[in-house]
Design a binder for this molecule. Structure first.
Ligand SMILES: NC(=O)c1ccc[n+]([C@@H]2O[C@H](COP(=O)([O-])OP(=O)(O)OC[C@H]3O[C@@H](n4cnc5c(N)ncnc54)[C@H](OP(=O)(O)O)[C@@H]3O)[C@@H](O)[C@H]2O)c1
Length: 251
């Protein structure tokens, strides 16, 4: 198990939710943090004095460059990049605006890809870790989150490719597949969730539990973290009986 003490970790989307709890959990392990989110006040509230803060819209190229380059300049290395920032979109696929669909992909897919490219040389040097926070929706298409699911499927696919590409350089690549996590994700998403979501919040976990599962995954250099673990049952059911799962999830 690798220690995270003194490791330099970048977290996007760290002003609230899973990202803010990741920051707290990693700080507790002695990591040095570089944090990003758009809301500078909330980001500062979630940070400690020793953290580097690079506020701004992470889909913007200059914010991506500042996050990577300022972190490397301050501490001379990058050990872990956690691509966590993301958002939902509850519009259905027949009527969702294409500019909205593109914006979801920009944040949930192209930004993690761009940051991984920018951080790549540093992660190769440290034989570090790349974490992409996908979703159970990146393995099973959720009909109430169609474009979001598509963006997370794309992120899941590129995560596997990155693992294959970077393995030879000793870089650990981990996909994270949370189910329901009790954050403001639904409130921060575009559109409105349906009244009833199959499975609903009965199987939700806290952001603290989710963050702890991710940190343990980094320490153990896992390929994938599914949290809560019951999510594996749904993934298995979907592999074996895709038609049945699709019918059950139908709205
Ligand atoms: N909650 C769930 O049930 C769940 C389940 C599966 C996967 N996930 C994934 O887990 C990740 C975190 O979700 P969460 O539940 O913690 O959501 P959240 O509570 O809505 O937090 C999202 C974070 O991303 C930041 N963010 C959003 N747009 C950004 C942008 N353009 N630039 C920089 N930062 C941005 C937000 O900060 P600002 O608003 O300050 O920018 C916030 O810190 C996401 O990738 C999400 O898809 C969540």
């Amino acid at each position: 198990m690798q220690s995270l003490k003194e490791k330099v970790v970048i977290i996007t989307g760290a002003s609230e939710g899973i990202g803010a709890h990741l920051a707290a959990a990693l700080r507790g392990r002695g990591a040095k943090l570089a944090l990003n989110a758009r809301n500078a006040e909330k980001l500062a509230a979630a940070a400690a004095a020793s953290d580097i803060l690079i506020p701004g819209d992470i889909t913007r190229h200059e914010v991506q460059s500042a996050l990577i380059e300022k972190t490397a300049a301050q501490w001379g290395r990058i050990d872990v990049l956690i691509n966590n920032a993301g958002r939902g979109s509850y519009y259905n696929s027949s009527t969702t605006r294409l500019d909205e669909a593109r914006a979801v992909f920009e944040l949930n897919f192209f930004t993690p890809l761009a940051l991984a490219q920018a951080a790549g040389p540093y992660l190769r040097e440290t034989r570090g870790t790349l974490v992409n926070v996908s979703s159970i929706a990146g393995l099973i298409s959720l009909p109430w989150l169609p474009v979001y699911s598509a963006s997370k499927f794309a992120l899941t696919a590129i995560t596997s490719a990155q693992r294959a590409e970077l393995r030879g350089d000793g870089v650990h690549v981990m996909g994270v597949f949370p189910g329901y996590v009790d954050t403001d994700f639904q409130r921060n998403a575009a559109g409105s969730p349906p009244q009833r979501i199959p499975g609903g919040k009965t199987v939700s976990i806290t952001a603290t539990q989710c963050a702890e599962a991710i940190v343990r995954g980094i320490e153990r250099r896992r390929n994938a973290v599914v949290t809560p673990r019951a999510g594996w049952l749904l993934i298995l059911a979907n592999r074996l009986f895709p038609g049945l799962v699709e019918a059950r999830l139908g709205m």
